[in-house]
Design a protein around this ligand. Structure first.
Ligand code: GLN
Ligand code: ZN
Length: 758
């Protein structure tokens, strides 16, 4: 039996890679230093895996930026605008693809989410003249490096079909037209690697999605070519993030030597796979969750391994993580502040390798290894811990009634009442919530955290920031104001810290994209809200102005999606618990006199399951949870929601079902194009399509904003159009923020004048 994981985190326990990359980009270190840091990390991570008992060590899973970009590089599929000479691809060209070439104003390649994870990959571009040319020196060097350390390298490639399916077609090009040329380059690479390793891992997570009709022939074509060049090296087809479902027969018909299946997300597929597994296939069992931080139930997993041993030859079984450990933090033993009791329940990448090794051991030793006993004790402690099940929360969820999901009156009636109360001008102007998080604001929060500032000092400082933000908005002439969120370091963490059922790591970083990492909160127990979370700040802000002050909350689906969630109850149930807590906050804000409340659901779209047949169920409870948070207020309270992604078409109906009074969305980057979806669907409520992109320091001109608004008016009735930026302003500096907002107001005034005269 072989033990292995599909990939390992790259950043290093102290995020060494992040710091090295950022220094390099700022021109503060040399390329040699960057490469040295990367080499050191790779070696360290291989050694960690080997020490934990892994038999095969992945190479090619490490990346300086992103493994999709590495695949683009390896295939030489460099878009023309980067002016690649055709020689070995330099770090300079590599980072230009990732981040753009500012000197020549060449835009970066696009980035998007890796399936339903929070990891972002660089989207390959396929145009009529995309070149394909082997560029695999790094991969070969890594395989040799592992051999030198005395271990077996297992190169990891992103499979050709997944690569093609995730690519973007440029200039009327058909992705499948590239299959043959691309397959040839893959073949050269596989043949080079075959000289150095016993297994090659080829990732085809696309096999866990709904495949288009062309995919089947493409799979057969590419993999039969691979077979011909792999010689005696074995090919492991890796699938993850779900079950194979209707692609099972296809996967098992490919001329490979083994298949990896995800038995965490696709826990029900084992029997199907076993019943159809060709006799010569190895089976890699993805039993340790690569996407969450909980200890595996080793006893249950070992039972599965033993069941497989009855059906598959020992030498053909592999034990593994469900997917790459890229999605998991590094090492739980490095957590110094986490409650030791909770820490016992968790396994990060290093511990996951140990779990995989323990599962392999079950076959070779007769007595239970000690890790199993510890594991059992930890699982039991978790199950009976008093925070995990809170009867008050359970009862509250039980007591949810159908009326709680509904506002009192339909939108049109509420709308009339709100107009009467709020008395806003046409094209009301607002912002999405946060204002620039200056060095001073961050310093204040840090000093308070460290205990260097008293609560009173901290409150005074924050009130000062809030009043400055309010003054600016008054002066600019905005209509619905916000307090600016200076007290929030992160829109999820801020709420998690005040809710029961959450805990936090100090070092549990997970790569999000490039050098960026996130540190998701952990939901370990039933959720409740001991105290009001935002009311005091909002009420203070409201006291400074006669204009409506918008209360600002993060919605339940977003809190869920951006956390590590407990795996002992369904996600939908956790989401309902969060929804009830946020609902109480909404009601308290209303009771405190706040007339407009925004509930951000930035992550609603990304939480969607990969498979179509599971999407409706998700959308049902996700929308319900939003309605539960907002359903408790009077007609006269205006509920806003904000979403910051652009693929709205597929979820239009669900967005309407959220029944918010006003939504704000990202729209400027697509030149308002995505509003077509709202037009086609006849979205019933009010909309603020973002009129400028807050991700860039560029100041949009008043003319430009005016024309975007005109364009929006082609599809949105004038009485339902709001004016706002694309997203929160926390990453921007003050000068550009003020200039941009001033132009936004100028554009709106011009529009108002026009319409007043009509
Ligand atoms: N209210 C949040 C802010 O303005 C929304 C951020 C987001 O959508 N990602 O920062
Ligand atoms: Zn946003």
């Amino acid at each position: 039996m072989n033990a292995h994981v599909l990939g390992f985190p790259r950043m290093g326990i102290n995020r060494e890679l992040k710091w090295a990359l950022e220094k390099f980009w700022r021109g503060e270190t040399t390329e040699t230093t960057l490469v040295a840091v990367a080499e050191k990390l790779k070696q360290r991570h291989w050694n960690l895996q080997a020490a934990a008992g892994m038999d095969l060590l992945p190479v090619g899973d490490f990346s300086l930026y992103d493994h999709m970009l590495d695949t683009i590089t390896m295939l030489g599929a460099v878009p023309q605008r980067f002016e690649w000479s055709g020689e070995e691809i330099s770090h300079k060209t590599y980072f230009h693809m990732a981040r753009g070439n500012a000197e020549k104003s060449v835009p970066a390649m696009e980035m998007t989410k890796w399936f339903d994870s929070n990891y972002h990959y660089i989207v390959p571009e396929l145009g009529p003249d995309t070149p394909f040319k082997k560029n695999n020196a790094h991969l070969l060097a890594d395989a040799q490096a592992v051999k030198k350390l005395g271990h077996s390298p297992k190169p990891v490639l992103i499979g050709p079909i997944t690569f093609l399916l995730l690519a973007k077609e440029i200039k009327e090009c058909n992705r499948w037209d590239h299959l043959e040329r691309m397959t040839n380059v893959y073949c050269e690479i596989i043949s080079d690697l075959a000289a150095h390793c016993s297994w090659i891992q080829i990732d085809e997570p696309a096999l866990c999605t709904d495949l288009p009709p062309e995919a089947k022939a493409a799979f057969l074509f590419a993999y039969s070519k691979f077979r011909a060049v792999a010689n005696s090296t074995r090919l492991l087809l890796t699938t993850y993030f779900g079950d194979l479902g209707d692609n099972l027969d296809l996967a098992l018909s490919l001329p490979v030597d083994g298949i990896h299946i995800d038995l965490v997300r696709g826990s029900n597929q084992l029997e199907d796979v076993l019943s159809k597994l060709p006799a010569h296939f190895s089976l890699s069992l993805g039993l340790v969750d690569g996407r969450n931080i909980w200890k595996t139930d080793l006893e249950a997993a070992a039972k599965k391994v033993n069941a497989v041993r009855q059906r598959v030859k020992e030498s053909q079984i592999m034990v593994s993580s469900s997917c790459s450990l890229l999605h998991s933090p590094m090492d739980v033993s490095a957590e110094k502040e986490l409650d030791p009791e909770l820490k016992e329940w968790m396994a990060f990448a290093v511990q996951k390798c140990e779990e995989v090794a323990a599962l392999k051991q079950t076959s070779t030793i007769t007595e239970t290894p000690s890790l199993f006993n510890q594991n059992k004790a930890a699982l039991l402690a978790r199950a009976i811990h008093s925070d995990v099940v809170d009867s008050r929360t359970r009862n509250k969820v039980q007591a949810i009634t159908p009326e709680m999901f509904n506002r009192t009156s339909p939108f049109t009636e509420r709308n009339a009442i709100q107009r009467d109360r709020l008395k806003l001008p046409i094209f009301p102007i607002t912002t999405i919530g946060s204002y620039p998080q200056t060095v001073e604001i961050r310093k204040t929060r840090l000093e308070f955290k460290k205990g260097e500032l008293s609560k009173t000092q901290y409150n005074e400082a924050m009130q000062r920031h809030i009043s400055e933000v309010v003054d600016h908005q008054e002066e600019l002439g905005l209509d619905v104001l916000v307090h600016g969120e200076p007290e929030r370091n992160d829109m999820v963490e801020y709420f998690g810290q005040q809710l029961k059922g959450f805990c936090f790591t100090s070092n549990g970083w997970v790569q999000s994209y490039g050098s960026r990492c996130v540190k998701p909160p952990i939901i370990y127990g039933d959720i409740s809200r001991p105290e009001k979370m935002t009311v005091d700040w909002t009420v203070y802000a409201q006291s400074l102005t006669k204009k409506p002050m918008k209360g600002m909350l993060t919605g339940p689906v977003t809190i869920l999606c951006w956390s590590f969630v407990r795996n002992d109850i369904p996600r939908s149930e956790v989401c309902h618990q969060i929804a009830l807590a946020i609902r109480d906050e909404v009601i308290d804000l209303e009771a405190a006199g706040i007339s407009v409340i925004q509930i951000d659901e930035a992550a609603l779209r990304e939480g969607m399951p990969i498979r179509k047949d599971q999407q409706q169920e998700y959308l049902r409870w996700a929308v319900d949870c939003f309605r539960l948070t907002s359903g408790g207020v009077r007609d006269s309270t205006q509920i806003h929601s904000h979403m910051c992604y652009s693929e709205f078409n597929v979820i239009m109906k669900s967005i309407a079902e959220m029944d918010a009074d006003v939504i704000s969305i990202e729209a400027s980057r697509s030149g308002m194009e995505l509003l077509d979806a709202f037009n086609a669907y006849q979205y019933p409520a009010e909309i603020g399509p973002g009129v400028y992109d807050i991700h860039s320091p560029r100041i949009p001109g008043a003319d430009e904003i005016y024309w975007l608004l005109k364009k929006a008016l082609e599809v949105i009735p004038m009485e339902r159009l709001w004016v706002n930026p694309d997203c929160g302003l926390k990453t921007r500096a003050w000068p550009e923020t003020l200039a941009s907002l001033r132009n936004m107001v100028t554009a709106t005034k011009r529009l108002r004048n026009e319409y007043d005269q009509q």
